[in-house]
Design a protein around this ligand. Sequence first.
Ligand code: 9MR
Length: 406
Amino acid sequence: MMNNAGPANSALNRRMLLGTASAAAAGALLGGCSRSALAAPSQIPPATMLRPALDSIGAERNINFGSAFAWARPGVDAGSFVNSAYAALLRGECGMLTAENEMKWQALRPSPTQFDFARFDAMVDWAETQGMKLRGHTLLWHYDRWFPDWLNAYDYGVRPAAEADRLVVEHVRTVTARYGTRIVSYDVVNEAVDPETGTLRETSLSRALGSAEAVLDLAFNTARAHAPHAELVYNDYMSWEPGNERHQEGVLRLLQGFRARGTPVDALGVQSHLAIFESGVPIPELVARQSPAWRGFLDAVVAMGYRLVITELDTRDRGLPADIAIRDAGVAAYTRGYLDLMLSYPQLTDVIAWGLSDRYGWLRTFDPRPDGVPTRGLPYDTDLRPKPMRTAIAEAFRAAPSRPAQ
Ligand code: 9MR
């Protein structure tokens, strides 16, 4: 269904993209993006495609596979449909996509009174022309570090609670109404729990409205009212590595609170930014060591009736030696151990990687290895050649118990 109910201020002529979606057409629309950032895609060799696709392998067990995709970033060519080699890889492997950044407030809300849907519209259109489902990330990243500057400095006036309510409702309603059933699942709230303390983060919105719980509940209730078809997800990065205990406890408390207050939350988004921090420990030992506590956490989540979604899978390799063969084997084994555990839960049906190629992942810049060699945390290398991590995902899907069709 097409739903253009939102503000009609898109700078793009949507019909230019619908049906054509060519790299040239999309590239011509990049506006503010650096032109030099777009020069590189022509140098990328075509992807080495394996068959069957990961999404098809998953489909045999009723598991969907997908990836984040992004608009061009300064200094990095586009991990996106504007790059035809990468677009072919996304199309070839995925049944579902998430825009990595372009649905965030920072992207959609240049000011309190404006929405700018140009880029995200183009991405939604492209995904749709490729027959791929879309997840929406995120209606509210409840963390002031990632608020637009204007929202951190916002003057809520003489009735702050009413104004905060108005802002949240306006945002969630406008986005969900604009895309209608074109978006099947939303990370309604992202990263509301402080990992150090396990308590909820405060922001200008929570201070104005009275509590963080009130802001999160409002976002979910508004999403349910305006996107009744969609799966509503609380998404966070508590992970299975040691050191995440406070974070996990905080997420469990939040999920219990949602249930106690009747907040409409369907699933926990387990981001799954995995990390091999320790060196010299055999991977099977790491997996065995981390599994029991992680199962305890997941058991508690599903016991409350939540489904699970892997929303942002990648694997940091800083604990492994630089040698590529050793590193790739370690990343694959670690990812496989994790997926085997996760897929033993029938409540998990969607596995989304945070990008398909090491060429584009956020890990390139977020946490460089001490030895300076580029990280290799995604299923394809920088030249779009499949790595052992791709095989690990395929084998985990093949070994997974089948789950009910959604
Ligand atoms: O990968 C994203 C990176 O390109 C952005 O600069 C960053 C800030 O918007 O967000 C990254 O994605 C994050 C996601 O939105 C939420 N979970 C953690 C992801 C990695 O930081």
